[in-house]
Each structure stands twice: as structure tokens, then as C-alpha cells.
Design a protein around this ligand. Structure first.
Ligand code: SAH
Length: 214
């Protein structure tokens, strides 16, 4: 769990790279400067932690590309103490960034092994998130409503269950679509029955799948 001057230097460079790619939200960039991304990596890949690329983690899943994390975090317009539900904890990196932005993070992962590995890493970093092993399509009705919901896997459709768990004026950010690329969609809940939708470019995610994987 060492975070050396070298790590911090590489992290600073990554932040400058994100800035040059158009990320403008200083709150997001500050949080990404605080979270040691290398800690979420396999030791063999640690050297690559500060490249702006997605990388493989446990269970055939990926840690999202820093640029993608920056875009999704910016689209959420995070306010301190926001209750945010994340679907697809994965490595835990995105959850850690939202937490460092002052949000109250609830996150669901469907892969059992990954759930336990990530829980351990976040605990060691003293990042306080509420993690759940479960099926993100169902959300967390017992903790709803949420100010924001972030889906970090490619959704084949926009789950109505999740929209129901969003506050009025709440935001849901989701990479939508099947196949190799998805459209980043931001939905604003205007009322219980009215929603507004915007598109924010193309991205590539692993699929959102049903059920728990033992
Ligand atoms: N936010 C992660 C990105 C991980 S990749 C990060 O920062 O690293 C997407 C993750 O979503 C994978 O770990 C995958 O297992 C998980 N996932 C896919 N479908 C899911 C579902 N229905 N419920 C919960 N997690 C899901």
C-alpha cells in the first residue's frame, strides 16, 4: 500500500493528461490526484497504473480507463454528501474517487471473488463505502432514494427499477448499448414519469449481466 513520490509524480502527469483531453472539473481532478490507482492493480501490472488505459483485474473484469472515470464523475455533478449508487464496483477505483469527492457511496458488484478482494483494498485505504454483493439490475431499494446513480457496465436497457430509486432532479449516468461501444447517456429525473436524456460520446465497457456469479 505504499504511495511513493514516484507514484505521486506519475499521478500528477496523468491528471495533466486528462486536463489536456478536456476534463475541466477540478473537484474530479483533485479527487483523482488523491486516490492511488496503483493500489487497485495486480502487482505485475502496477507499472501501468498511471497510463490512461483500462486494464484487466480479477475475474475477467476491467478497471475503467482514467478518462472514463473522469467523464462519468464529471457528468454526475457530485455534491458533498450526495448519496450515490454505483452498479459494478469492479476494482473499487471509481467508488474511491466518488468517496474522495465527499459523496456517500453505495456500490454493488455481482462477482463474489471480486467483491471480497475489492472490499479488502478499500478497507486498507480507509475509504468508507458501503459495498454489496448482488445484482445491480435490482438496485438497493432499502437504501433508496439516491441523488445519483452511476452504472459502470454496458447496460442493454435502462432499468426502470433503478430510475424508481432516483430522487426527483436526480441523475443517472449509464453507458447504454450492446456490442463493442456504448453511448454515454445522462438521464435527469424531472418527475416520477418524466425524464430528460443527453448523450455524451462513445465508450467501451464490459457487459452488465444478471444475477450473482459465485
Ligand atoms: N467501476 C469499476 C468498473 C468495473 S467493470 C472500476 O472502477 O473499476 C464493471 C463491473 O461491473 C464488473 O466488475 C462486473 O462484474 C460488474 N457488473 C456487471 N453486471 C453487474 C450487475 N448486474 N450488478 C453488479 N455488478 C455488475
Amino acid at each position: 500500500m505504499k504511495d511513493s513520490i514516484l507514484h505521486k509524480g506519475k499521478r500528477k502527469q496523468l491528471i495533466e493528461e486528462l486536463r489536456s483531453k478536456g476534463v475541466r472539473n477540478e473537484q474530479v481532478l483533485d479527487a483523482m490526484m488523491l486516490v492511488p490507482r496503483h493500489v487497485f492493480f495486480d502487482i505485475a501490472l502496477e507499472n501501468h497504473a498511471y497510463e490512461d488505459k483500462a486494464f484487466p483485474i480479477d475475474a475477467g473484469q476491467t478497471i475503467s480507463q482514467p478518462y472514463t472515470v473522469a467523464v462519468q464523475s464529471s457528468l454526475l455533478n457530485v455534491q458533498k454528501y450526495d448519496r450515490i449508487l454505483e452498479i459494478g464496483t469492479g476494482s473499487g477505483y471509481q467508488a474511491a474517487v466518488l468517496c474522495r469527492m465527499g459523496a456517500q457511496v453505495f456500490s454493488i458488484e455481482r462477482q463474489k471473488k471480486l467483491f471480497f478482494t475489492t472490499k479488502n483494498i478499500l478497507q486498507k485505504l480507509h475509504i468508507h463505502t458501503q459495498l454489496f454483493l448482488g445484482d445491480g439490475f435490482k438496485g438497493l431499494p432499502q437504501f433508496a432514494p439516491f441523488d445519483k446513480i452511476l452504472i459502470t457496465a454496458a447496460a442493454p436497457f435502462i432499468p426502470r427499477t433503478l430510475l424508481n430509486q432516483l430522487k426527483i432532479n436526480g441523475l443517472l449516468v449509464v453507458p447504454y448499448g450492446e456490442g463493442n461501444t456504448q453511448k454515454m447517456i445522462r438521464i435527469t429525473k424531472i418527475s416520477e414519469t418524466e425524464f430528460e436524456q443527453e448523450e455524451h460520446g462513445n465508450f467501451s465497457f464490459v457487459p452488465m449481466l444478471k444475477g450473482i456469479q459465485e
